[in-house]
Design a binder for this molecule. Structure first.
Ligand code: GAL
Length: 400
């Protein structure tokens, strides 16, 4: 082996040796650094033992589970994920709502806060005003602030999948309230049987108008419920459509459930059919209000049967005045009570009793679905008034 090659090999050996020493030293210094301020990017395990958790460090389940209650000073999220730590403090629930515009959501909020408090839980409520980015940001903030479980009313069934993933990374379970989040590992869905809502509407109207021209005004197509309601309606209408008895001459979604959008759609439908419409099925009472305004403009209010949903006060008044035929009543107090109980059980990793499974495009979501009730002028006293959902005076007016 000639001299030059020997020197080279030697050099290479020496440089490798130097390099190895250098690496070793570096690793040593880094591990020493970890113990002092927790800022460096070391594997989760080491980080958790020393540093106070930040929102980001809360994302790794692994880091979270290593925390035991007594290690936590600031009550940040991590200790909450340890069911045992819930034994000596209230469960913290985040209630991320889409909107408070419709009458029913104001009721949901009040009923839910009452129910959760009665069960000893703490509730943080946010409302995103139908803004997806805002809803995601609000949910992230509640997760970072240390909630144990998230109760979510999605504005957009698809966009909110990101919230479920984010929550799970933080060890926070997610309960989909009334509306389902699509394409995500939702832990539990609590709602009403929304297809049955549509079936009750169509059964009530086809009983009055077995043949003729129908208009369907749907809800927001970003809302999975709107699709379930519509499915229920067409389950009943389709055989009659196939038999040529019923023709759906107009069928549109209403952006963000806006009454103004339903008003515009109904004006178009009346114009296109020269007011020759026999029945209208509308996804909720707020949009039914827009539809009935359009009928009023043509002197047709009270002459064409209209179905709605939600048992809003205005709808109950229209039903007893005769301009709306029926609504579908969903006892929201019951929904809020059941949800508060189940959210606390979820946070405590307790076994949950469900009665259905609903496919959300990714999984069969364990679900609890409650029964909706058809309401018209003949049973409004035995339902809405009997339940105290609205007072007799509010519906019929003073002295009635
Ligand atoms: C749906 C809900 C309805 C209706 C609508 C508009 O998801 O199930 O009750 O209120 O939203 O907010």
């Amino acid at each position: 082996m000639n001299t030059r090659r020997w020197i080279l090999t030697n050099d290479i050996h020496n440089s490798i040796r130097y390099f190895a020493v250098l690496i070793g030293l570096l690793l040593l210094s880094l591990s020493l650094l970890g113990c002092s301020n927790g800022e460096t990017t070391l594997p989760a395990k080491e980080q958790t033992e020393s540093s106070v958790p930040t929102a980001d460090s809360l994302t790794s389940n692994h880091a979270r589970q290593q925390y035991t209650p007594d290690e936590q000073t600031n009550g940040s999220a991590s200790s909450q994920k340890h069911p045992s730590s819930l034994a000596n403090r209230p469960v913290r629930i985040g209630f991320a709502m889409d909107t408070l515009v419709e009458e029913r959501w104001k009721k949901d909020r009040e009923f839910f806060i009452q129910a959760a408090k009665k069960l000893g839980a703490e509730v943080t409520v946010t409302s995103a005003n139908s803004d997806d980015a805002k809803q995601i940001q609000q949910a992230e903030q509640m997760i970072a602030d240390g909630i144990d479980v998230l109760v979510l009313v999605p504005h957009n069934a698809d966009a909110t999948a990101a919230i479920v993933n984010r929550a799970h990374r933080a060890g926070v379970k997610v309960l989909s309230y009334d509306r389902l989040v699509k394409n995500a590992d939702v832990d539990l869905y609590v709602s009403f049987d929304n297809e049955q809502v549509g079936q009750l509407q169509a059964e009530a109207i086809t009983a009055l108008v077995p043949e003729g021209k129908y208009v369907y005004i749907g809800g927001a197509d970003t809302d999975n419920n709107a699709h379930m309601f519509k499915q229920g309606v067409f389950d009943v209408l389709q055989p009659r459509i196939d038999a040529g008895k019923i023709r759906v001459v107009y069928d549109q979604w209403s952006k963000d459930w806006k009454p103004a959008s339903a008003l515009q759609h109904m004006r178009e439908a009346l114009q296109a059919s020269h007011n020759q419409i026999d029945a209208v099925i509308v996804a909720n009472d707020a949009t039914a209000g827009g539809v009935i305004q359009a009928l009023q403009e043509q002197g047709l209010a009270g002459k064409i049967p209209v179905a709605g949903q939600d048992a809003d006060l205005a709808a109950a008044q229209r039903i007893v005045q005769g301009t709306q035929t029926m609504t579908v009543y969903k006892p929201i107090g019951k929904l809020a009570n059941v949800t508060a109980e189940l959210a606390i059980q979820l946070a405590k990793n307790e076994k949950i009793k469900t009665n259905r499974q609903v496919n959300n495009g990714k999984i069969e979501v364990p679900s609890v679905l409650l029964s909706p009730i058809a309401v018209n002028a003949s049973n409004i006293n035995q339902t809405l008034i009997a339940d105290g959902f609205h007072s007799k005076e509010a519906i019929y007016g003073k002295g009635k």
